[in-house]
Ligand binder design. Sequence first.
Ligand code: SF4
Length: 200
Amino acid sequence: MESVYNLKNQNSNLDYKIVAGLDRISQVFKTLLLDKSKSYNLSPIQIQVLIFIAYHSIEKTTVSYLSNEFNLTKPTISDTIKTLEQKKYIKKHIDQKDTRSYTIELTESGKQIVLETENFVNPLTEIISNTDQNDKLVLWQNITTIIQQLNELKIISIQRTCVKCKFYSENNKESFCSLLNQNLKNDNIRIDCEEFEIKK
Ligand code: SF4
């Protein structure tokens, strides 16, 4: 396959331009997060772990879950947790049955750091908020489809999304959630649902 980064290829091919554009947008997330992390003397992954813990249930805060979530090795996640514990942003709850295992909870100062750092995405949120509703729906449909295909290729390892959920079904191209007991329109599809349970 030709290189997307070769400008002759890129500028004569819409597919390549879209991929290059997605690359540019992913860089923006990294840059915004990095700027924020410098101001708080934290690394980007330390901030990401704090934000994840703030909004997910306690059983998703183990080293193995976090290493899958962030596609990082267990030692890297363990080091991240050790630093956050030293900074007193988290506390560990040791599993009584297996003292090598633990879950993590935010301390009050950890919660404060989340409040002060999670807004690093605001410039993008503002752009999306000002976009036409129909364009947003098309964009959302495309994003969910791309995520689903990346998961099928095993590039995105974890998904708490409707199509992988045991409560999800499709009938005549209508999506339905049996837990919420409602049809799911395009904008009801979730990519990170608290009630998600994997389809067996
Ligand atoms: S429980 Fe959540 S993830 Fe599962 S189908 Fe319903 S809305 Fe989607």
